[in-house]
Ligand binder design. Structure first.
Ligand SMILES: [Mn+2]
Length: 349
């Protein structure tokens, strides 16, 4: 831990920015750096996690930060209070996710929680743009596109506005999309050091030069290789096409989409055994997804999705309950049996 870039760069009583590890989180952290006009310590949680580990909390405490800013994350009530305490009251959270509140006394800048324009809650970079009265700059657009680009139709108002911005900058859309993807790359390795390395590089270079960064190209190869390997292990059982894998890379949602594209008539299932928890993805043309997601959330599980997909991150002790729910609610009415391979691969069933 002591050799991480986070600690080597630290000054006494630093300004610390705790931020989400995805494109919007990274761009938001960079906006906060600009607004403060100083070099903060960037302190993302581990990829795939929405909380700090015990040792990360210890490290944060030992830095005795003079101020902590939180960007693009919604933490547990207890964690807000921890950050507030650790920063001796100098704590502010900036976010755009809905459906929660921060404990009393916590400064939370979030239009969805405090009542604001929906347009300002597309990304945390949008929240920050409004809050600090900034222009629609590259950082703003990176956050917007990282969080909403995949569901923004070409020709829509937002898509046209992006094109207008890029024309002004003299950049092609392909260049911009490359940046969005590259900022998302380090966390997808599942390795926090890679996110920290990215945060050190983006202090030093012009963002448009990111595609020339050797280490990102290596990470790209690493993830493509992991995807190829996982895809090659796909098996067919009954109506399922399924991949079971373990290891660090966070590639489940992309894998599931790839399987689905291959054959949308089958049930595309991806199960990622991450050791301490299990990531579950299912995508198929139709099924009682909304009901399954609703019931899973009702059980206190971390699940989400839409009309044709569900993703869930399950603690080991939650796996059995979730799979039973899935079997009864989703599979049985369709006359589908639980894949035996699933039972074989998941010993906690
Ligand atoms: Mn976001």
């Amino acid at each position: 831990m002591s050799s991480s870039p986070v600690t080597t760069l630290s000054s006494p009583d630093p300004l610390v920015v705790v931020h989400h590890w995805d494109t919007d989180g990274v761009a938001s952290a960079l906006i906060l750096r600009e607004e403060r006009g100083e070099e903060p310590l960037f302190f993302p949680p581990s990829p795939g996690r929405y909380n700090l580990t015990a040792s990360q909390r210890e490290e944060l405490s030992s830095l005795s930060p003079r101020e902590i800013l939180l960007a693009d994350m919604n933490l547990s009530q207890e964690e807000y209070l921890f950050l507030q305490r650790t920063a001796r009251g100098n704590f502010t959270a900036y976010d755009h996710h809905g459906g929660y509140g921060a404990p009393e006394g916590i400064r939370l800048i979030n239009p969805l929680v405090s009542g604001g324009e929906p347009e300002d809650s597309l990304s945390t970079t949008a929240v920050l743009r409004r809050h600090f009265s900034r222009f629609e700059d590259l950082l703003y657009w990176l956050g917007i596109w990282g969080d909403t680009g995949f569901k923004t139709p070409e020709g829509s108002e937002r898509s046209v506005a992006l094109d207008r911005f890029l024309a002004k900058e003299g950049r092609a859309r392909s260049e911009f999309l490359r940046l969005v993807a590259l900022l998302d790359l380090p966390y997808r390795t599942g390795r926090r050091e890679m996110v920290l390395q990215l945060m050190e590089r983006v202090r030093a270079i012009d963002l448009w030069e990111l595609p020339g960064e050797e280490f990102l190209l290596r990470l790209e190869d690493e993830i493509e290789e992991a995807l190829r390997k996982a895809e090659a292990s796909a098996l067919q059982e009954g109506p399922f096409q399924a991949v079971f894998f373990s290891g660090k890379p966070l590639i489940s949602s992309q894998l599931c989409r790839t399987l689905y594209a291959r054959n949308p008539d089958r049930l595309s299932l991806v199960v990622h055994d991450r050791g301490e928890d299990l990531q579950f993805y299912l995508r198929t043309r139709k099924g009682p997804f909304a009901e399954l997601i609703g019931k899973a959330k009702g059980m206190g599980l971390s699940a989400g999705g839409k009309g044709d997909v569900i993703g869930a991150v399950l603690k080991l002790e939650e796996v059995k309950g979730f799979i039973t729910l899935w079997e009864n609610l989703f599979l049985k009415p369709l006359g589908i049996e639980l894949p035996w391979e699933l039972k074989r691969r998941i010993p906690y069933l």
